[in-house]
Design a protein around this ligand. Sequence first.
Ligand code: ATP
Length: 185
Amino acid sequence: MEPQLILLFSGKRKSGKDFICEKLRKTIGDDDCCIVRLSGPLKQFYAENHNLEWKELMSDGPYKEQYRTDMINWSDGVRKKDPGYFCKAACQTAPSKKLWLVSDIRRKSDVKWFKMNYSNLKLIRISADLEVRQTRGYTFTKGVDDVESECDLDDFKSWDLQLINNCQEDSEKNIEEIMRSISYT
Ligand SMILES: Nc1ncnc2c1ncn2[C@@H]1O[C@H](COP(=O)(O)OP(=O)(O)OP(=O)(O)O)[C@@H](O)[C@H]1O
């Protein structure tokens, strides 16, 4: 079964993409929806290639940050040959649910791939103030924050929803707004 609706989430590091997706998943329930992470197959293939612990890479800790730059460069090489490689891999292994929450689109080529392969999409941009992101652990890192994976969608204009996520209250409003804007049976 193909999903009836796919929500694609984008946002700068520590804007709270994962936080919002998890909250939404809990609100909607696992029967109808699941989170799809493009970083899943990317990290899995990177770990296999480099003899690393995949589960550690998937967690939100220092291990992930340690390898972030190299992972970006390595995955850019893969994407050069096939821009949709990680999107395809993530969707092929995603569970069959009515609604997919894709938590980490980063490039115009990700948007393009989903538009080419699925019809019912909503694009959602999450943002948070720099100071707030800093309290969540963000520090500017050269080679991570000034490259395509972090900046390519900064000038993208066709968002269906643009949400500010600075605090708990914002996140609750955001969930309500997303819930109002989606429909599937
Ligand atoms: N509205 C919020 N209220 C409180 N804490 C939040 C909120 N949004 C995010 N956080 C916290 O901020 C941290 C970063 O959030 P999250 O991992 O969702 O960001 P992200 O955009 O997915 O980051 P990355 O791109 O680095 O994976 C987490 O510890 C999360 O719990």
